[in-house]
Design a protein around this ligand. Structure first.
Ligand SMILES: [Mn+2]
Length: 325
């Protein structure tokens, strides 16, 4: 029996579920959770969603976003089945949740990260697809249930996010065929884009202005980096959420192959985000620091100041850089 059929059978045979996904939720983790939530509740299942971090305001347009709970309301809830989405390891859902959210029967992991460690009792892991939402689309299609406008909105949001608005190499013809079907469900693509990316508070641009002043490049221009320290966050009244996507600005520099951004995460800890264009597998670089991700987009946490964390990451990045000229 193939894994899609197996998961649909498990859903059929059980009645209580919990859904979770990785910390610092993004379009794909949120979209896939809400699509699965909608799918299961339409089957009259009892479903709760638990995330470590709250949903950023730019995703509050999504149907059922207000169903997502934080660990504080867990209160010993033990579903028959736990479905973990878009997380390559169980601890990626957060320390507390990974320990406290224990299913009575089985854990199902659905993911598309190359670093997936297949921690579930059942693992639907496909590393050649764009997003977890693409897998959820296939799962719902396979069940024979219609996608419908609400689920289509959630799934489109995740695919749009993980393909960088259809600009990355994971925007396959299959992705565009799926998206065509999603659009046929009556979703408003212009509104979804504007809600996610065209709706920023001015404080984000004030922070960006400060961050860009820290921009530096190696003499050959192939590695570029900047940082957002705690002082900048304080001065502009911003949080980590407000720096989402800023790293793509660095990658857009013509000479750059690798873009690195360091953000103050906690006292003495920095969050590193990395992007590359063509040659460097930044997922491997971040794995050296205990993080992970994809070849062109990855991240890690380093217990150092932004400045020192950047120094360490740049050092390693230089070793990975392919000098082809
Ligand atoms: Mn994803």
């Amino acid at each position: 029996m193939d894994i899609y059929r197996k998961i649909l059978d498990l859903i059929d045979q059980h009645s209580s579920f919990a859904i979770s996904a990785h910390i610092h939720p993004d379009g794909d983790s949120i979209g896939s959770q809400l699509a699965v939530y909608s799918f299961l509740t339409d089957l009259d299942k009892h479903v709760r969603i638990f995330n470590t971090d709250p949903i950023p305001p730019n995703y509050h347009f999504l149907p059922f976003y207000d169903k997502i709970e934080q660990p504080g309301t867990l209160d010993g809830y033990s579903p028959e089945i736990l479905i973990v989405l878009d997380a390559s390891t169980l601890v990626r859902i957060g320390n507390r949740l990974s320990k406290a959210l224990v299913p009575k029967q089985v854990t199902i992991n659905i993911d598309h990260h190359a670093s997936a460690d297949r921690f579930g009792d059942y693992n639907l892991v496909e590393i050649d697809v764009s997003s977890t939402c693409e897998i959820i689309y296939k799962l719902i299609q396979r069940s024979g249930t219609t996608i419908g406008q609400e689920r289509a909105t959630a799934l489109y949001t995740g695919i749009m996010f993980d393909t960088g608005c259809f600009q990355y190499s994971n925007s396959t013809s299959q992705v565009h065929r799926i998206v065509a079907n999603l659009i046929d469900q009556g979703i408003e693509v212009d509104k979804i884009y504007r809600d996610v990316y065209g709706n920023y508070p001015v404080r984000r641009l004030r922070l960006l202005a400060k961050a860009l002043q820290t921009l530096e490049l190696t003499p050959d221009g192939k590695i570029a980096w900047l940082m957002v320290d705690q002082k900048m966050l304080n001065h502009t009244n911003t949080t980590l959420e407000d720096v989402d996507g800023v790293i793509n600005q660095i990658r857009s520099i013509d000479t750059v192959e690798v873009a690195i951004m360091a953000t103050a995460n906690a006292p003495g800890q920095s969050k590193i985000g990395m992007r590359s264009k063509d040659h460097v597998d930044v997922g491997k670089i971040c794995a050296e620091f205990g993080g992970g991700g994809h070849a062109r987009a990855a991240g890690c946490l380093i217990d150092k100041s932004c400045k020192m964390a950047l120094k360490a990451v740049i050092e390693v990045t230089k070793k990975y850089l392919v000098y082809d000229d």
